[in-house]
Write a protein that binds this ligand. Sequence first.
Ligand code: FAD
Length: 417
Amino acid sequence: MTNSRSSVVILGGGVIGLSCALFLLRAGRDVTLLEKGEVGSGSSHGNCGTITPSHLPLHAPGTVAKALRWMLKRDAPLYVKPAFDAELLSWLLHFAMLCNRRDFHRTAHTKIALLQRSREQLGELIRQEGLDCEFAESGTLYVWRDAGALAAGFRDYEALRELGVPVELLDGAALRAKEPALKEGMAGGHWHPGDAHLRPDRYVAELARVVRAAGGTILEHRAVQGLRIDSGRVAGVVTAQGEVAAAEVVFALGSWSPLIGKQLGLHLPIQPGKGYSITYARPQRAPSIPLLLKERGVCVTAWGSGYRLGSTLEFSGYDDALNQGRLDALKRGAAEYLEEPEGPAVQEQWHGWRPMTYDDLPIVGRAPQFANLTLATGHGMLGVTLSATTAQLVMELLTGRAPSLDLAPYSPVRFGK
Ligand SMILES: Cc1cc2nc3c(=O)[nH]c(=O)nc-3n(C[C@H](O)[C@H](O)[C@H](O)COP(=O)(O)OP(=O)(O)OC[C@H]3O[C@@H](n4cnc5c(N)ncnc54)[C@H](O)[C@@H]3O)c2cc1C
């Protein structure tokens, strides 16, 4: 039974699906978005909310050795659950093969255009639409306690300089002068003045508000069960409540993408990269700049409305348990660097699954098998940062405009099937 019709149907109501909806509505398209739970309830909810062109690719030289050392510690920032999972093993092998200088530089040079453009577009979007999401062009600070680790981090400084990303080296005293919430005795840090931050749960709620106001339809509690294919096209989106017909379909299912993708024969090498966060009422000595506490891999973001410790990257499949050990590790990590590491009251303990591709690039482009299916997924650690330009590219694809960036590096075809 076909019980509704829309020119574009978007699958998934995270920051990517909602941003695509808004850009398509602005381009005059009729949009319906289907979300299995509530909009913004996936990875887009409790993440750290930093907007970071300064974020370098994960597959740096030396990452494999570091990961193997961390594997021996249950509360390390990176953890791979030992289990036989052929897809995860293949993903890890492909990732390991990219952990070399040449591939690191290639990805960094490719991704920087998308990152920089999206950082600018996100600010414009927030201003133009009046999105109330505690956006601040605050920069970010990377902080090291240990002088040896700081010295090793110099190669990131050099890589960012080469990419044209503004970055400054700070010694311990300059660091503390910039951010007095830090304890004394830090070795030093990197200041990234071009970065920004926002409150991500508010951002997605605001995106949903303006999508509805622009005439978009958001159907919550409408889980997509599959797609009905006819003559090489998606003829309908199947849900328990009926089938939704569409001229075009945008696939923005984040970490869940391979589950529906598999039914369609799409090869989407995405692993759920589990991360955690704790949100508190704002402490008195909250940092004014988002911090990445480097040795512990903890991200600290403060807003007027609250304060969040977040991060860790765990590969344990679609395991949705909230691991108290990992949450405690966030607190212990923050306590090594901050005068007041926790807020007066915990508001939320959370986990989310980052949609991780092994080459650390998102998947944006037409699915080669189906004439009217466009993929917008695999945004990994940076989905909020990359959301605005991803949505612009999807809008251009669906409206026949020339793409404003070369889409080849993001094509789903790069995975070979
Ligand atoms: C701890 C942590 C910290 C992070 N910090 C940052 C940061 O500082 N900056 C940054 O840029 N990024 C950050 N990220 C990454 C960012 O959160 C993600 O890249 C981004 O949220 C992905 O957005 P998405 O819309 O693709 O996925 P999601 O937000 O997960 O959205 C996918 C949606 O699809 C829905 N869905 C799934 N299956 C179905 C179905 N069958 N039918 C209908 N709907 C379905 C889900 O319910 C979900 O709402 C962080 C992530 C984590 C976990």
